[in-house]
Structures are given as C-alpha cells and as structure tokens.
Design a binder for this molecule. Structure first.
Ligand code: HEC
Length: 233
C-alpha cells in the first residue's frame, strides 16, 4: 500500500515537473511540422536562397503577361492625336460583334453617355457628372482610334476602362460607339461584314504604331548582317 502511494507521488511529481516546463509564450512541440509548414515556398515569404531574400519576383524585363498586349500610344495629346488618326478596329463589323458591343456599352458606358450616346445617361441627368458629350459632337469628331484611346486611358472626368475590359471587349464597344455616332449624326447604317475567322483577324488587336517603319528597320538590319558576314570573309 505504501509503495503504491509512493509510486503515485513520484508520478505526480514527474507529471507536474513536465507540465511546468511548458512556456506559454512559445510554440509547443510540433510532431509533424509538415502539417504546419508548407514545403513549397510561400508567395511573399522570405527565403535566404533568393538574392534579396524575397520569394516574390518582378517579371523578367521586356516580358508581358499572357493575354495582355502593350498599347503603343502614349497618354498625351500627341498620343491621342496619333491614335485618332491611325488606330483602327481590327474586329470585323458583324451583327454579332455589334450586339456584344451593345451589351458591354450598356454595362460600362450608358450610365453617363446614355443608351443613345447623346450624353444624357442617368448620372448626367441627375447631375452627378457634368460635361458628358454626345458622340456626334462635331468639335470632337471621334474616330475608332480615339474611342479606343479614351477607353484605355480615360479622359479628365471619365475614368480608364483598361482594367475592367479586355482588348477585345474594348474593340467590341468601339464598334457600338461608332454605330451610335452614325445614328446620332443621321449617317446611313454601315453594312455588316461577313465574319471569316474572328481569331485570325483579331490576332493582332493592336497593330504596331508604325508597321512600315518596323519592316524598314528589319530590312536594314539584314543588310547590316550581310555586311558583317562580308567583312568576316
Ligand atoms: C462616369 C461617367 C462616364 C462613363 C461611365 C463613361 N464616360 Fe466617356 N466621357 C465622360 C465624360 C465626362 C467625357 C468628357 C471628357 C472630357 O472631354 O473632358 C467623356 C468623353 C468620352 C468620349 C469623347 C472623347 C473625345 O475624344 O473627346 C468618348 C468617345 C467616350 N467618353 C466613350 C466612352 C465609352 C466607350 C465608355 C464606356 C466604356 C465611357 N465613355 C464611359 C464620362 C463617362
């Protein structure tokens, strides 16, 4: 009996001494650390294996993310003028494209510009925003290129739609805006084109600013190479 009591006492002392060692401010033992800590690196984690210790890296210079194309016109008066003059809608003017453009226009633009593009959207009517022009405003003389440019960068009170719409969606809206302009101005309806293959046609949604120039420079560079070769010989 006595020994049993002693054993209990011993056990009790042992147990309390173990428990009393636990420090509440520190994490306890981890029996299976992989359950708590991921083996792969975490996105914003710090790891000595990287140059600056950071897992998150900047994209390689000169690369663009998938589905995104750099827009070659600057956000300046010159950029606007150049886009207005040169930039053209690469999507065919088909009934489907126009219908899609109308849907997107109704979502993004009609609150200010109105369903008819006369500048009398609900926000303009309630005077929440002022100075919304009609699309047939003669002083502005909007073009496919200028409409795209304005959607991309915004203009004064009008914000940019670059983050809310894709390149293709902006071109769809563009068709519809030009259609509204024609209606307001009383121009004859533009005839629909027959769609061949949208993906082929839309491959290059933003043509280079100066395609001719590029070709010229490529040609000169080949001649340059030839010259070099000749020099080697
Ligand atoms: C919050 C209200 C608002 C919304 C929404 C809006 N706009 Fe505008 N928009 C304006 C205002 C204001 C101006 C006049 C800006 C100026 O000239 O100072 C303008 C001007 C324009 C112009 C004329 C630009 C020029 O070249 O003079 C076009 C084209 C245009 N908007 C198209 C669009 C399209 C397309 C959308 C939808 C993607 C859209 N807007 C959405 C307020 C808006």
């Amino acid at each position: 009996m006595k020994s049993l009591f002693k054993r209990f006492l011993l056990l009790f002392i042992l147990a309390t001494s173990v428990v009393s060692c636990v420090e509440n401010n520190k994490p306890n033992y981890e029996y299976m650390p992989n359950m708590y800590r991921t083996v792969p690196y975490e996105t914003y984690g710090e790891y000595p294996v990287f140059e600056n210790g950071q897992e998150a890296k900047l994209p390689v210079e000169g690369t663009v993310s998938r589905g995104w194309m750099p827009y070659p016109y600057e956000n300046s008066a010159e950029g606007y003028a150049a886009a207005k003059e040169n930039l053209q809608n690469p999507l065919p003017y088909t009934e489907d494209n126009l219908a899609e453009g109308k849907q997107l226009y109704t979502i993004y633009c009609a609150v200010c510009h109105g369903d008819d593009g006369d500048g009398q959207g609900i926000l303009a009517e309630r005077e929440k925003i002022l100075g919304v022009p009609a699309y047939d405003d003669a002083g502005r003389n909007i073009t496919e290129g200028s409409v795209y440019h304005v959607m991309y960068y915004g203009l004064n009170n009008m914000g940019s739609y670059a983050s809310q719409t894709s390149i293709e969606e902006r071109w769809l809206i563009d068709h519809y805006v030009m259609n509204l302009k024609d209606q307001l101005a009383g121009n004859p309806e533009r005839e629909f084109e027959v769609e061949t293959n949208r993906f082929n046609e839309a491959e290059n949604l933003i043509p280079a600013v100066n395609a001719d120039k590029e070709m010229v420079s490529k040609e000169t560079s080949t001649t340059g190479e030839e010259e070099e070769n000749q020099n080697e010989e």
